[in-house]
Design a protein around this ligand. Sequence first.
Ligand code: MET
Ligand SMILES: [Zn+2]
Length: 785
Amino acid sequence: MKMEHFLKNTKAEESHGCIIAQETTIMVVAHNLGFPRIGANRELKKAQESFWAGTISEAELIEVGRELRAKHWALQKNAGIAFAPVGDFAFYDHVLNVTALVGAVPPRHANASGSTADLKTYFSMARGDAGVPAQDMTKWFDTNYHYIVPEFADTTKFAIADESLFAQVSEALAAGLRPKPVLVGPFTYLYLGKEKSAGFARLSLLPALLEVYAAILDRLTLLGVEWVQLDEPALALDLTADKLELFASAYARLAKHGPKKLLATYFGDVSDHAALLKSLPVDGIHIDVVRAPAQLDSFLVDLPSTKVLSVGVVDGRNIWRNDIRASVALLQKASSSLGERLWVAPSCSLLHTPVDLANETKLDAEFRSWLAFSTQKLAEVSAIATALTSGEAAVASQLAESDAAVASRKSSVRVNNPEVRARIAQLPANSDARQSPYPVRAKAQAARLQLPRFPTTTIGSFPQTAEIRKARADFKKGTIPEALYVEKMKAEISLVVERQEAYGIDVFVHGEAERNDMVEYFGEQLAGFAFTENGWVQSYGSRCVKPPVIFGDVSRPKPMTVDWTTYAQSLTKKPMKGMLTGPVTVLQWSFVRVDIPRSETCLQLAVALRDEVADLEKAGIAVIQIDEPAIREGLPLRRKDYDAYLEWATRCFRVNASPVRDDTQIHTHMCYSEFNDILPAIAAMDADVITIETSRSDMELLTGFGTFAYPNDIGPGVYDIHSPRLPNLAEMLQLLEKAVAVIPAERLWVNPDCGLKTRKWPETENALTTMVAAARELRVKYPAA
Ligand code: MET
Ligand SMILES: [Zn+2]
C-alpha cells in the first residue's frame, strides 16, 4: 500500500542531528471518512428486511454485513485510499452503534443479558419491540439521513457494551488492511441526544462518557490501530463559549489515550474555532472546504508541525464530478507547506451519495460524464493526492476527463436555457405578491366558495391500493396502453370523489393516484431534471431514497396536473383542490446543481410551478394547494444564515402562488418538522390557508400560534395519519377546542395531519366521518355571528 512506501523527509532526519542525503518523496495522503453501507444493490436493505420478516437468520444477516464491509474496504484500497474506515458500517445507524458501544441503552430496551447490547436490543432501540417504543429519529444535521436520537437521564451509566467495533477492526487487520476506526466524537454524541429526566443537562454526562471513550481508545491501541477518526460535526453548529470549553476539555481528557486522533469536522465553517482546534491534543484535523472553502487558510496558518490537516475537497453531499484541476490548484499551497501532513478526502462521509455510477445503464454519455458517485469520488480523491505528490502529468487522463466534463457542462444547451434565464431576469417586481392583502382576498373567496364554518378538507393523497400501484408500474413499463392507464386513474378519481361526497367533506382532492412520489411526479415532467436507476441513498434504517437530479435550468414544457384536476372537478359541485409540490420542497429533496446558487434554482422551479397555478385557475379551479413540508429542513445550520434562507425560500413560494385572482384560494401544507421557530416566515408565505401536522407535538404547535398571531386561515391536523389507532369524536373535539382557544373560529379548518396514502380505506372512512362529525358539532357550538 502507498503509505508503506513513504520515505522519511529530510527535515525529520535533520532534527535527529544527522543529515543523510536522501531523495525525498513526500506523499500527500488520500483517505476517506466513511463509505455508504447499503451496498450497490441495496443488499443491506434486503437483508435487514428479510431478517425482520423472519426469512433469514441472524447469522445470515451478520454475514451480509461482513461481505459488504470486505467489499467496500477492497474497493477503497484499490482506489488508493490509505486506510480502511471501520465503524461506518451499521445494521441501522452509526449513532445507534455508539449508543450500543458505550452501553447507553435506555432501561425499556435493556435485555436479560444485562449490559450487553445484542442485535435484538439494537433493533429494539431502532424500531421498537413488542409494545416497547423505539427511540426517536431525527435528521443528521442538514442531510436527509436520520439517526436514532440517544436518550440520556441522570441515571445513565456508560460501559463498553458492544464488541462489534473491535471485531470489525480485527476483521480489517485479518484482511491485511490498515483500519481507521471512525466514531462519532463524545461531544457530538452527547450534544445530539436528548434528556429523559427533568432538571438534568445531558452534557453533565461528559466526564462519565469520556471514561468509556478512553477505554475504547485504549483497546484500539492494543489492537494495533494507528489512527482513529473522531467525528465532531456539532462544531458546525452555533456553540456557546461554555459548550466549546466542554468540547476542548473532552479532548484534553482523551489526550493520553488511544492511537493518533483525527478530529473530523464537516457540513460547515469551523474557522471561528480554528485557534482552539489547532491547540487541541489531537494529531489531525479534518475540515470541509466544499461547504466552506474560505476556511482553508485559517487552518494553514500556524498549524502545529505535529498535526495533519485533512482537507475535504470532494463533495460528499452531491453527485457532481469533481473539477480535479481546480481542486489541485486549491490545495497547491497546502501541499507545499504541509507535504505528507496534507491529507485529501471527501468533504464528509460518502454516506450521503449513491454507491456506484457503474450501476447506471440508461444515462447518456454526456450527462453521465458530469457525475461521480461514492466509488468514483474515491478515485477523484486519489487522483488529487497523486497530482499533488507527483505532478499533474501523473494523472493526465483523469485530468483530461475532468476538464472535458467541466467544459461540456458549462456550455451544454441542456444546462443553459436562455429563455428561462431571461424570464427570471425580467420577473416583475410584484410577482411575489397577491393582488390584495389577505382580508380582502378572504372576503372574495368566501363569496365564491360558500364554505361553512370550520371547513373540512384532506391533505391530498387517498389510500394507494395495490391495484393503483400496479397500474402505475405497468404503464411505466409499457405493458398497458396509455388509454387504459388513464381509464384506471379516472375510475380511481371518481371513487375518491364519491367517497368524499359520502363523508360530507367540504373541499375535495382528487387523491393523487397517479403520483408515485410528490417530488418525482413533478421532476419527471419538468425540463432540467434527470433520474437515476440506482442512485439510492440511505434515509434511515433500511429506507433508501433516490433523489431526482436537477442539472439544468428548470422549465415546464406543458401543464402537469390540469387534466386530472379538471376531470375531478367535473364530477362534483364541491371545490376541487389543485395539488402541487412547492419549489422549496422539490429543491430540498433533490440533488441540486452547484453551478448556480440554490436560491436561483428554487426561483426557476417557482416560476415553472407558477405557470401551473395560472393554468389551474384558468381551467376553473378555485382552490390550489402548494405543499411545502420541507421548508423547515432547508434551514441552514447557523442562525446567522437563517434570515437569508427564509427570505428567498418564502419569496419563491409567493412567486409560485401569486399569479391568481383574489377569489382563488391558495393553501399550503407542512408536516413533521418543528415549526414554532419559523412562524413569522410561514406567515410571510401569505398562503390563504395552511394545513399543518400537529400530532407529533400534541398540538404544542398551538402554543406557537398562541404567542404569534398567525394572520390567515389555519387547519391544525386532528388525525395522526401515522398511527394505526383511530381517534374518536371526543378526542378530535378536544383537539379542536384547544385550537379554538388560540385561533379565531372563522379562520379554523378541520383536516388530518398529512396525506392518507399509507392508510387503508376502512380506517380512512372511519377517521374522516368522525372528523366531519366533529366539525359539525363545532358549527353548532360556535355558530357564525
Ligand atoms: C409529506 S406532505 C404530503 C402532501 C401530499 N399532498 C399528500 O397528501 O400526500
Ligand atoms: Zn404532509
